[in-house]
Design a protein around this ligand. Structure first.
Ligand code: PLP
Length: 429
């Protein structure tokens, strides 16, 4: 997919009009949202769809009356929408509170099928939500965790180490699609192949890739993939893809009213119906982006039809535009005195990363940098953002982690200029 992304970035500046929150001001200037890896702003369609749910559909499921039936329809449509986004069957989509809760639930169900001494592979590049649940089930079931190292110079996964950590006893490889701290995109297709060659399953945390590029679970052939709608312009909601046969075979912890059918058996309790309505709004927004670029980027959607095609085109346009943001941001930051950027920085490497950049500046803590940016109306995170193993490996954990600038497709080069100017000023102090 990535190879057919055009090198000329489409102009996505009109995307900003669809995000009401972007009109907030601080001291007379628009607020800059570079805090996107912690959660993106929502498209207007998300707000409208959520409001509409409360006005016309607010009810529990499977009733004989109209609001309940509208709720049933919204859940069904949300499943179809995510199936189109990820390229799978609607029955392979499971909704949950967030990625972390889904990973805890599924890791427990999977753990029931593993034997003491079986192995799970995790990585140093991952968010704790794709490490801690596996460690917890490993403790409960006597499993062995094998953690893959990174190359600290580039913050890329050490692929030789990964190969050596996958053994005949490996049952599952848990890996992130893109790093929430340093933006590295992992070669997940190859990692799925390596896992399968050893007879293991592959679990992909796509939380930080989903807002930045197209995902196709069939072409990846991954067994499970998780993401969160609040990272791709939608509501606070988690989404899991699992291969039908695997979901069917699992026995999750559940209560009696839910059926033994997939995906019902995984969706314990009452779902956040209003957020599923909001999710539909987010997918509508992305489909609108796709429709706008359908003629300009026909190759990106060539292998798909209908909304699947439109969504692939949308995410292809976003990927191309964001590469241009990375290509602008990284050299601008590199001009700052005393700055260290962690991860891939070479111009030719923007294809291998999303526009999420971690940096430190000599003489200033990450918190001080974030505070200086906040005073100028620029939102950015400091700390470890739960990329704890990575921060430890880079020796940053004890020093307050790093400043993270995380861009999305509604950000602009003008905003980058404003941010770099503030950091330059801090550097002078
Ligand atoms: C890469 C990654 N994985 C998992 C999570 C956890 O997601 P959730 O908040 O949906 O549990 C995050 C949250 O920031 C993340 O960045």
């Amino acid at each position: 997919m990535q190879d057919i992304i055009p090198s000329i970035a489409p102009d996505l500046s009109e995307a900003r009009e669809h995000f009401p929150a972007l009109s907030q001001e601080h001291l007379g200037k628009p607020v800059v949202f570079f805090d996107n890896p912690g959660g993106t702003q929502v498209a207007k369609q998300v707000i409208d769809a959520t409001l509409e749910y409360y006005l016309f559909a607010n009810a529990n499921t499977h009733g004989a009356f109209a609001t309940s039936q509208r709720t049933d329809l919204i859940i069904h449509e949300a499943r179809l929408a995510m199936a189109d986004m990820l390229n799978c069957a609607p029955g392979e989509i499971v909704f949950g509170a967030n990625m972390t809760s889904l990973t805890f639930a599924l890791s427990r169900a999977l753990g029931r099928t593993f034997q003491p001494g079986d192995e799970i592979v995790t990585t140093t590049l991952d968010h704790d939500a794709n490490i801690a649940p596996w460690r917890a089930i490993a403790r409960d079931r006597g499993l062995v965790i094998r953690q893959v190292d990174i190359d600290p110079a580039t913050c890329t996964l050490h692929m030789e180490d990964l190969r050596s950590k996958i053994t005949a006893r490996t049952k599952l490889v848990a890996v992130g699609y893109a790093s929430n701290a340093v933006g590295t995109i992992n070669d997940v297709a190859t990692i799925v192949q390596l896992a399968h060659a050893a007879g293991a399953l592959c679990w992909i945390d796509a939380v930080q890739y989903a807002p930045h590029g197209p995902i196709d679970v069939q072409s990846l052939d991954c067994d499970f993939l998780v993401c969160s709608a609040y990272k791709f312009f939608g509501p606070h909601l988690g989404i899991l893809y699992g291969k039908q046969s695997l979901l069917d075979a699992l026995a999750p912890y559940k209560v009696r009213p839910s059926s033994d059918e997939t995906p019902d058996k995984f969706e314990t309790g009452t779902q956040a119906h209003e957020l599923l309505a909001g999710l539909l709004g987010a997918v509508d927004y992305l489909a609108q982006v796709g429709n706008r670029y359908a003629e300009a980027l026909p190759e990106v959607g060539a292998a798909y039809s209908g909304r699947r095609r439109t969504l692939k085109i949308a995410m292809g346009a976003i990927l191309a535009y964001e590469r241009s943001l990375s290509a602008y941001l990284l050299p601008s930051l590199a001009t700052l005195p005393g700055v260290t950027i962690y991860g891939l920085t070479r111009p030719q490497d923007v294809r291998l990363r999303v526009p999420t950049v971690a940096l430190t500046m000599r003489g200033h803590t990450p918190r001080q940098l974030a505070e200086a940016l906040a005073a100028a109306g620029i939102n950015a995170w400091d700390g470890n953002y739960y990329a704890i193993e990575l921060m430890d490996r880079l020796g940053l954990e004890a020093q307050g982690g790093a400043l993270r600038l995380g861009l999305a497709h509604y950000n602009t080069t003008e905003e980058i200029d404003r941010c770099v100017a503030v950091l330059r000023e801090v550097g002078r102090a």
